[in-house]
Design a protein around this ligand. Structure first.
Ligand SMILES: Cc1cc2nc3c(=O)[nH]c(=O)nc-3n(C[C@H](O)[C@H](O)[C@H](O)COP(=O)(O)OP(=O)(O)OC[C@H]3O[C@@H](n4cnc5c(N)ncnc54)[C@H](O)[C@@H]3O)c2cc1C
Length: 508
């Protein structure tokens, strides 16, 4: 007989995606439990680059300063075959750099926040399967010799590339595996390259070299002639390969983490089946050369968090959840395609490909418009949700990221959008005069209203009388304030039904 935990969400996997999602749900008052098969947090360094948009998402929850204090800031990316770097210094964001932090430390920050908000994290517990039964999902769990079942209202598989949840959903993981392995190592370099983030290209293949800022470096070698092997990465092998690429000895030593793994590019054919959903690596994997994996997972979690919370609490209709896949699937598909192009370009030794590589990189680093586009894509700032576009909102608003606008309030104080978003609610920025805007239920209970003048900012925002910002920092609607009530009613209709009334108490 399965025990039940009432109206709650069970998350499989305490990686960055699962921990971030748990924090989002708890912030919105939804009870959730994370089950994690490992008994301790992974000490693998794995992902290490947090892009500008990810830092903004973390700032929207008050976590960016903690991450920044621990990380190393790298403002440009140099590719050895061209003279100019990709310069992140002019990004329209407070975070005009990549923040370099080992994955374990990012997880530590996310776990501390989830626990503070009351999330239960059960380590040493594996989810072996799940089946939907009516309005519940029966989860099969295992810990050592113990096996049991539990019921949850919703299950999210954040259980990585080999997701059991995906398997239980009967969802495919379409894509391919590259024919060569990648070798990664975190080492001290006695004679490091001067750049903090460098792609050193060879005749065929490349090395990505990233500085942690404390003498340690991540080196990732992609060699298309490399054969798959189960043997551990040896320092001698690493040193020889690096010397081959750089033409000098970088003197690597003290390896603290090494790995040899296969590169896959795959995407789940669906992100949702009824009450079971997927996020992060469980939904998509790709070449790590673009440094996007963890960033995509966190953005999935922030997109899904407020939607699932609103549906689980009965505040907004269930069909809102369909917008999760509509919005996030194309973003991951785009990253898979872009990182695949980059990987193939870097690993081809044929003269036409080398010429194309040089010409392409010269254009991207040398032509201002192409450079601007490339750094916005790399940093995640270019992501916009087309499905969230609204014909009644000015161009470039609905579905687009809203930057950290400053708002001068009537008292003369400056409020910032990111600070207002920390409660995980919608924020209505209202620049109009007169009586406050009255929003109908349930929007009045879901929204924080900030009144005042929007300060100078890139884009259309200062010219919009009212801007409704979703809890994930994307614009839901913008326009004249007298249309705000009609606009939120239209949003409710677009999301599938009339609003379902007052929120349930947490854990009802
Ligand atoms: C060797 C390696 C190097 C990488 N390097 C980079 C990089 O440099 N840059 C980059 O951006 N990305 C990199 N990545 C990818 C990046 O680490 C992932 O994109 C990121 O970890 C995804 O987070 P996640 O939470 O979705 O999944 P994971 O981090 O995989 O977390 C999944 C969690 O679920 C747990 N779990 C699995 N199955 C179950 C189950 N059945 N029940 C309960 N718990 C379960 C796992 O133990 C794990 O803790 C690398 C990946 C690997 C493997």
């Amino acid at each position: 007989m399965a025990s039940t935990r009432g109206e709650h969400v069970l998350i499989a996997g305490a990686g960055p995606t699962g921990l971030c999602l748990a924090g989002e749900l708890a912030l919105a008052g939804v009870r959730c439990t994370v089950v994690e098969r490992r008994t301790h947090r992974s000490r693998e360094s794995r992902a290490l680059g947090l892009q500008a948009r990810t830092m903004e998402l973390l700032d929207q929850r008050g976590l960016a300063d903690t991450v920044l204090a621990r990380g190393n800031v790298v403002p440009r990316l140099r590719v050895s075959v061209v003279d100019s770097p990709l310069d992140l210094g002019r990004l329209p964001s407070r975070y005009r750099h990549v923040t370099v932090l080992p994955q374990g430390e990012t997880e530590e920050v996310l776990e501390a926040r989830a626990r503070e908000l009351g999330v239960t994290i059960e380590r040493g517990v594996t989810l072996t399967g799940c089946t939907q039964e009516g309005d519940e999902v029966v989860c099969r769990l295992e810990s050592g010799d113990r096996r049991w079942e539990e019921r949850a209202a919703w299950v999210v598989g954040c259980d990585g590339a080999k997701s059991r949840v995906r398997e239980a959903m009967g969802v495919g993981f379409a894509g391919e595996t590259y024919p060569f392995p990648i070798v990664v190592a975190d080492v001290r370099l006695g004679a490091p390259p001067p750049e903090g983030l460098l792609v050193q290209v060879g005749r065929a293949g490349a090395v990505v070299c990233v500085a942690f800022g404390d003498g340690w470096h991540r080196v990732a070698l992609v060699d298309p002639a490399g054969r798959w092997s189960e043997r551990p990465v040896e320092l001698g092998e690493l040193r020889t390969a690096l010397t081959g690429f750089f033409g000098r000895d970088l003197a690597p030593g003290e390896p603290r983490w090494t790995s040899r793994f296969r590169l896959h590019e795959r995407q789940a054919t669906a992100y949702r089946r009824g009450r079971v959903l997927l996020a992060g690596d469980a939904a998509h994997v790709h070449s790590p050369l673009g440094g996007q994996g963890l960033n995509l997972g966190l953005a999935d979690a922030v997109n899904l968090g407020w939607k699932l919370a609103a549906v689980a609490r009965g505040t907004l209709p269930e069909s809102l959840l369909d917008t999760y896949e509509e919005e996030r699937y194309p973003v991951a598909a785009g990253v898979i395609a872009a990182t695949d192009r980059a990987t193939r370009l870097l690993t081809s030794g044929a003269p036409p490909a080398r010429l194309a590589r040089w010409a392409g990189l010269s254009a991207v680093t040398g032509v201002p418009a192409l450079h601007r586009r490339a750094v916005r894509q790399f940093s995640g700032l270019a992501v916009a949700y087309r499905g969230a576009a609204d014909p009644h909102s000015p161009r470039g608003t609905a579905g687009h990221r809203v930057p950290d606008l400053s708002v001068r309030t009537a008292s003369g104080a400056d409020e910032h959008l990111h600070r207002a978003l920390r409660a995980g609610r919608f924020v209505l920025l209202d620049q109009g005069e007169g009586d406050p805007v009255e929003l109908p239920a349930p929007w009045d209970g879901l929204t924080t209203v900030v009144r005042g003048r929007i300060g100078a900012a890139e884009g259309p925002w200062p010219r919009c009388e009212a801007v409704l910002v979703r809890p994930d920092g994307y614009c839901a609607w913008a326009g004249p304030r007298e249309r705000a009530a009609a606009a939120v009613a239209a949003l409710s209709r677009r999301w599938g039904a009339a609003p379902t009334g007052a929120p349930k108490a947490a854990g009802d």
